[in-house]
Design a protein around this ligand. Structure first.
Ligand code: GDP
Ligand code: MG
Ligand code: K
Length: 296
C-alpha cells in the first residue's frame, strides 16, 4: 500500500552546455539514460529519468544547454528549457568553474522570478585550484537566488548524495506520477538513436555532428538479439562522403562502437546496420524537424 507520506515531484536540471548536467543526472538516477559527451548540445531532447523507492518518486529532466536560437532546431531546444522551468518543484542549476561568453541572462532572470526553490550546484570541483571555489561561489550566488549551494564532483561522485537529500526535503507529499516500474518515458528506439548520435559526436569534427540526425528505421527485439537498422541523415553529399570515410572505414568504426555501447545498454547482443542519406537543410525545415521527432 502507498505510504501516506509518499513524496513525488519534478526536478529540472538546467545550466550552460558542458557543465555536467547529464553526468549528474545519470549518477542520481543510476542508469545511463542521457547522452554524455565533451561537446556542447548533445542533449537535444528533454529526457526524464526517474528514481523510485517505496517512499518517493523523483522525476528528473535533463534539459538542453542554454543557447541563443540560431536554427529552428535551437529554437525548439529552447522551448524545452522554458517548459522545464515552469513545471518544476525544484530547479537544480548546475555550473562549473569556468566562465563562458554564452548569454544566459534571460534564463537567469526566469529562474530568479520562477518562485521555484533553486539548488545552486557547482560541479567539477575536482579541478578547482586554491581559492577558486570561493570565487566561483561568490560570483554565482550574486547572480542566482538560492539558499543552498552544493559544491560537487559528478565525475568522482563527490557530494552528489547531498543533492538528493536537499531535493527530498523540498518535495511535496504526493502519489507517484509514473508507473513505479518505469525508468523513463522514452522508448528504447530513442536511446538507440542517441547512442549512435553520441558516437558520431565523438568520431567527427564539429560540423558533421551538428549536421546529422539519426533515425531508427527498424528495431526488432528477439529472445537473444536486437536487430537495429539506422539511417544517418546529413545535409550535403560532401558530408555523406566524410561520414562514410575512405573505403567505408569511418562508418564501420562508428558502427562497431555504437554496437558495443548498444549491447551494454540493452544487455543483449545487437545486430546493427547503418546507412547514410542526404536530406537537404533538415535543420532549417520545420516539417523535417517534425519527422525527426522535434515536436514543440
Ligand atoms: P552537459 O552538457 O551539461 O550535460 O554536460 P555533460 O554531462 O555532457 O559533461 C560534459 C563534460 O564534462 C564531459 O566530458 C564530462 O565527463 C565532464 N564532467 C562532468 N562532470 C565532471 C566533473 O565533476 N569533473 C570533471 N573533471 N569533469 C566532469
Ligand atoms: Mg547534457
Ligand atoms: K554535453
Amino acid at each position: 500500500m502507498l505510504s501516506p507520506t509518499h513524496k513525488a515531484g519534478f526536478v529540472n536540471i538546467v545550466g550552460k552546455p558542458n557543465v555536467g548536467k547529464s553526468t549528474l543526472m545519470n549518477i542520481l538516477v543510476g542508469e545511463r539514460l542521457s547522452i554524455i559527451s565533451s561537446k556542447a548540445q548533445t542533449t537535444r531532447h528533454r529526457i526524464l529519468g526517474l528514481i523510485n523507492t517505496d517512499e518517493y518518486q523523483i522525476v528528473f529532466s535533463d534539459t538542453p544547454g542554454m543557447l541563443k536560437p540560431k536554427y529552428e532546431l535551437h529554437k525548439n531546444m529552447m522551448s524545452f528549457v522554458n517548459l522545464s522551468l515552469e513545471d518544476a518543484d525544484v530547479i537544480v542549476f548546475v555550473t562549473d568553474l569556468y566562465e563562458t561568453e554564452e548569454e544566459i541572462e534571460d534564463i537567469i532572470t526566469k529562474i530568479n522570478a520562477s518562485g521555484v526553490p533553486v539548488l545552486l550546484v557547482i560541479n567539477k570541483i575536482d579541478l578547482a585550484k586554491e581559492g577558486q571555489l570561493d570565487e566561483v561561489t561568490a560570483y554565482w550566488t550574486s547572480r542566482i537566488k538560492s539558499e543552498t549551494v552544493i559544491p560537487i564532483s559528478a565525475l568522482e561522485k563527490f557530494n552528489t548524495e547531498r543533492i538528493l537529500q536537499e531535493i527530498l526535503d523540498r518535495l511535496p507529499i504526493h502519489p507517484p506520477f509514473y508507473n513505479k516500474e518505469e525508468l523513463t518515458d522514452r522508448p528504447e528506439r530513442f536511446f538507440a538513436s542517441e547512442i549512435i548520435r553520441e558516437k558520431i559526436f565523438t568520431n567527427y569534427k564539429k560540423e558533421i555532428p551538428y549536421s546529422t540526425e539519426v533515425a531508427i528505421e527498424d528495431f526488432y527485439e528477439e529472445e537473444t538479439i536486437i536487430k537495429i537498422r539506422a539511417t544517418i541523415f546529413c545535409e550535403r553529399d560532401s558530408q555523406k562522403g566524410i561520414l562514410i570515410g575512405d573505403k567505408g572505414k569511418m562508418l564501420k568504426k562508428v558502427g562497431i562502437e555504437s554496437r558495443l555501447e548498444l549491447e551494454k545498454f540493452f544487455g543483449k547482443k545487437v545486430f546493427l546496420e547503418t546507412f547514410v542519406k542526404v536530406e537537404q537543410d533538415w535543420r532549417k525545415n520545420k516539417l523535417k524537424l517534425k519527422k525527426f521527432g522535434y515536436d514543440p
